[in-house]
Write a protein that binds this ligand. Structure first.
Ligand code: BES
Ligand code: MN
Ligand code: ZN
Length: 489
């Protein structure tokens, strides 16, 4: 494991660490895993928990001094609620670790008897231990130096896999948190190139000239207003015995001002997260290259900076998407669907068994689902349901949404094959999905994830989710590749 997390089979109460984390169930009562700590405290842990007001509700974190009863000076009690799920464990581990920021070592003695539970505790601990200090010149934000998870030795392989995925999520968070002045389209493509070289992925990078020459009018059009030219990155992982190709497409707008249809100043800083979809695809490919599932996976990153300038596209311009369909650009702020269209159309050349795109696509997704839930749309009901289930299984909140045919006519253009915004006001998330669907190759099963809300946490940290970049959808994509490899999708 390349991370600072290890398993331990030692008695958690005997560990020479700075804190031990235990689980609390409603009552309060102690969750499995806490027994040794309770014994070391003379069987008085519940009494102490009651004294500090612990109820065992999910999300609660209480710290108790051990006053020499065990080597660790502090016990952290993490509420699990009734019937804890894998996600409850992830969140409890994340919140507990975050509460311990600055400690050298912490042991987690949460209920982790089987591989699923141990993996959940490890994921929560690793993701909750995130901090982004790259642009601080003084003190770095604090994290826990070393994490020990109390779990049986036979869970080691699963936990190691989870650590690979957590590392990918960390990469995505770092990319989203990186200011756009330090992450131009070229910079993002360079990071993808580095990841590819480090993990053995094949990589193809199209620069602005190759994009124009190749007929990628969406990416070229959105990117033409910026001095930082656009890129299309294609990453590919090949398994020697695989016979199925999964294609992921991610929106990589390194900053979205709206272009000539410029956004209001208020909250525009949020748009540094507009490459979260491309980040998720890159992170997923990094993890997949290491985990080596029996499936081929191709990832496209559609990268541009959406700026207003003398060279920017104008509302009413007509562009030609890869493959030949024309789009009337009525609003330059509906740019995500333009860059995505090129890669969706290009994916026809990869004969996808399954095509999944991820994009911070619409403000309407926030209106419909709030900031924590991904909207999942698809051209196939079973695919949509399985994508929602895959997301749920890794703890990424998502909800299936329809793509009503009647919304298509709002996108009719008097001059081109389709317009990029609708005359109809309602259902903006679905309209964007309907637009993308036009560019999905015939006969390909496709799902679209609108992560406008979940990609970036403007609020306070919760569970294992920090403020800022979250890495949303990365774990879902890895799960989906594995589902296809296992013949489930
Ligand atoms: N990147 C935005 C969507 C977005 C909004 C992401 C808020 C995260 C938080 C996207 O490019 C956009 O501007 N969409 C427009 C589309 C509209 C012009 C049809 C929107 O949602 O307002
Ligand atoms: Mn926009
Ligand atoms: Zn955008």
């Amino acid at each position: 494991m390349t991370t600072n997390l290890k398993l331990t089979q030692n008695d958690p109460a005997s560990l020479d660490v700075d804190a031990v984390v235990v689980g609390v169930l409603p009552g309060p009562s102690l969750a499995p895993g806490a027994e040794a700590v309770d014994t070391a405290l003379g069987g008085r842990l519940v009494e102490a928990l009651k004294a500090v007001g612990a109820t065992g509700k999910a999300g609660e974190v209480h710290k108790l001094p051990t006053l020499g009863a065990l080597p660790a000076p502090v016990v952290v009690a993490a509420g699990l609620g009734a019937d804890p799920t894998a996600e409850t464990l992830r969140r409890a581990a994340g919140a507990a670790v975050r509460a311990l920021a600055g400690k050298g070592t912490a042991a987690l003695a949460l209920p982790a008897a089987d591989a699923d539970a141990a993996a959940a505790v490890a994921t929560g601990a690793l993701l909750g231990n995130y901090a982004f200090g790259r642009y601080r010149t003084g003190e770095q934000p604090e994290t826990v130096g070393e994490l020990l998870v109390a779990a049986p030795a036979e869970t080691q392989a699963r936990v190691a896999e989870e650590a690979v995925v957590a590392e990918a999520v960390t990469l995505v968070r770092d990319l989203v948190n990186t200011p756009p002045s330090h992450l131009s389209p070229e910079d993002l493509a360079d990071v993808a190139d580095r990841v590819a070289k480090a993990t053995g992925l094949d990589v193809e990078i199209l620069d602005e000239k190759a994009l124009v020459d190749g007929g990628y009018g969406g990416i070229a059009g959105v990117g033409q207003g910026s001095v930082n030219p656009p890129r299309l990155v294609r990453l590919s992982y090949t398994h020697p015995e695989a016979d199925k190709n999964v294609v992921f497409v991610g929106k990589g707008i390194t900053f979205d001002t709206g272009g000539i249809s410029i956004k209001p100043a208020e909250g525009m800083d949020w748009m540094k997260s507009d490459m979260g979809g491309a980040g998720a695809v890159l992170g997923a490919l990094q993890a997949i290259a290491t985990l080596k599932p029996k499936v081929n996976v191709i990832g496209y990153l559609t990268i541009a900076e959406n700026m207003p300038s003398g060279t920017a596209q104008r509302p009413s311009d007509v562009i030609t998407i890869y493959g030949g369909k024309t789009v009337e650009v009525l609003n330059t702020d509906a740019e995500g669907r333009l860059v995505m269209a090129d890669a969706l159309a290009r994916s026809a050349e990869d004969s996808p068994h399954l095509l999944v795109d991820v994009a911070t696509l619409t403000g309407a997704a926030l209106v419909a689902l709030g900031v924590r839930t991904t909207g999942v749309m698809a051209n196939d009901d079973e695919v949509r349901e399985k994508v929602v289930a895959a997301a749920e299984s890794v703890g990424e909140q998502s909800w299936g949404m329809p793509l009503p045919d009647e919304l298509r006519k709002g996108l009719d253009s008097p001059v081109a094959d389709i317009a990029n915004i609708s005359g109809d006001r309602w259902g903006g998330m679905l309209t964007a999905g309907i637009f993308l669907k036009e560019f999905v190759p015939d006969g390909v099963r496709w799902a679209h994830l609108d992560i406008a809300g979940p990609a970036f946490n403007k609020g306070e940290p919760y569970g294992y989710t920090p403020k800022g970049g979250t890495g949303a959808a990365t774990r879902t994509l890895v799960r989906l590749a594995r589902e296809v490899a296992d013949g489930n999708l």
